[in-house]
Design a protein around this ligand. Structure first.
Ligand SMILES: Cc1cc2nc3c(=O)[nH]c(=O)nc-3n(C[C@H](O)[C@H](O)[C@H](O)COP(=O)(O)O)c2cc1C
Length: 446
């Protein structure tokens, strides 16, 4: 596939984000990556010509203050691409609050009639380690499926376990759509189970935080059995809901509120999740609902596919995009974009690792600090040339990695990946409670 890459970082060749595509070049030798840089923010003509001939446009940029940098924003104002051109984006950063940058690029694509393909958000050093390279590789295979519109058949989702969760408050809100969605996945060979919240007894959370002490909810009803089955026996969950004042149905909210139990210890199953809303949504509120769902319901370790209207077009888009996600077995993204708030906890725990040893160990066990720490000392930088050298030094580890990289990464299976193990019912025995440590810890017993 021919990819026109715009490496937008003001650091040009010294960009860390650029190293992601350099790794892709080594891993996907059949694909052609033509890399351009922004030389003049007011002149897009050279890149426009390349993009016209390419199968895919890929924009690379880092985060500056939670969004992409001003240079790319200015450049995009003048960039005109052919309608329906497949268009996607990769960011790299410290991983803090990357959602606005991805939404910005998605808005640019949508408002300019381009074919938006879900973006990828990485941490600066991710591609230095094998799991990071696998994440990029899988994502790129997915992108290719979307660009080529790879045909689906009755075997495409064979062995995939799909749960369709009916959250409508009334049957007429969602029941027919749930049946239609279930049938469409069955036609692709998936094993589908429908769970109906109207038939379950799920009481409201009473905020006792008992679950924070032992990971068990004090309320005895259908919640624990349902979540054990739903999360333990599914690869993908499609949540189908009615609309209640621009939010999901009240049944969904009862169900979600009880998830406070998972909020502390995670629900580490790498589930793929997609959402369908049946009813009229105010467009402004839809964006808010999507953000909220991404951060709150993804609970850190899931793959978010998207939120679709329950129209014919919405459902066919859901089926196709989610099928490509399942087939390529995408990784959950380890940053604010994919992980919601747990990334912030992890960063905090890393910085305070001596004061919060158990939190540090907890996130370390999940692979948050897997990549080599490139910057292990800080020194004062004086002058542009000194600054440039500092950027160059940071790239040395990448050059080492790239010189040794040849061909695709080792592919692991979901559930067998070292850092994502089953976590329903957190195993507190792994957390060393016996040795009291000084200072503050979220895990500390009172
Ligand atoms: C002005 C500025 C603001 C930044 N803001 C953020 C931020 O909000 N979140 C984050 O995770 N990283 C932030 N960073 C870190 C950069 O995203 C990071 O250095 C990036 O990897 C550089 O990528 P590049 O080498 O491709 O330009 C910021 C860096 C600069 C210079």
């Amino acid at each position: 596939m021919k990819v026109a890459v715009l490496s937008a970082s003001p650091k040009q060749q010294l960009s860390l984000t650029l190293q992601i595509v350099r790794a892709l070049q080594k891993m996907c030798k059949d694909d052609e990556f033509d890399i351009s840089f922004i030389k003049n923010v007011d002149d897009c003509s050279e890149f426009e010509a390349k993009a016209k001939e390419a199968d895919l446009v890929l924009i690379l940029s880092s985060l500056y203050h939670f969004n992409t940098h001003g240079q790319l924003m200015r450049y995009l104002k003048g960039l005109h691409l052919p309608k329906n051109k497949p268009f996607t984006y990769v960011s790299s950063s410290g991983g803090n609050m990357d959602v606005p940058a991805h939404n910005y690029l998605r808005s640019y694509a949508r408002q300019n009639g381009l074919k938006w393909i879900r973006s990828l958000s990485l941490l600066d050093e991710d591609v230095l380690a094998e799991p990071g390279r696998e994440e990029v590789y899988r994502w790129f295979q997915y992108v290719k499926d979307v660009v080529r519109n790879t045909e689906l058949n009755a075997q495409s989702l064979k062995d995939t376990r799909i749960a369709v969760l009916d959250c409508g408050d009334e049957p007429e809100e969602t029941e027919a759509k749930v049946a239609e969605i279930a049938k469409k996945y069955e036609d692709l060979g998936a094993k589908v189970t429908v769970y109906n919240l109207r038939e379950k007894k799920i009481k409201g959370c009473i905020a006792c935080f008992g679950c924070y002490t032992n990971n068990k909810c004090v309320i005895k009803d259908d919640f624990e059995a349902l979540t054990d089955e739903l999360y333990g026996n599914s690869d993908m969950i499609i949540t189908v809901s009615g609309i209640n004042y621009n939010q999901f149905s009240t049944n969904y909210k009862y169900f979600l509120d009880r998830h406070v139990k998972f909020g502390r210890f995670g629900q580490d199953l790498e589930l793929i999740k997609a959402y369908v809303y049946c009813g009229e949504m105010d467009p402004m509120d839809l964006v808010e609902l999507e953000q909220h769902t991404l951060v709150v319901d993804s609970l850190g370790y899931d793959v978010y596919v998207g939120m679709y209207p329950g129209t014919d077009e919405g459902i066919s888009q859901l089926i196709q995009e989610s099928a490509y996600v399942c087939i390529n077995d995408l990784y959950p993204q380890r940053n604010t974009y994919g992980y919601g708030l747990s990334m912030q906890f992890a960063n905090l725990a890393y910085r305070l690792q001596k004061m919060t040893p158990k939190d540090y160990e907890y996130f370390k066990a999940k692979g948050y600090y897997q990549m080599p720490q490139v910057l292990n000392q800080v020194r004062p930088i004086s002058g542009i040339e000194d600054g440039r050298m500092s950027c160059q030094m940071r790239l040395m580890a990448f050059e080492d990695m790239l010189s040794a990289l040849d061909g695709p990464p080792n592919m692991t299976k979901r559930g067998e990946r070292g850092r994502f193990t089953k976590m329903i019912g957190a195993d507190l025995s792994k957390v060393d409670e016996d040795k009291p440590k000084k200072g503050f810890s979220f895990f500390k017993k009172n």
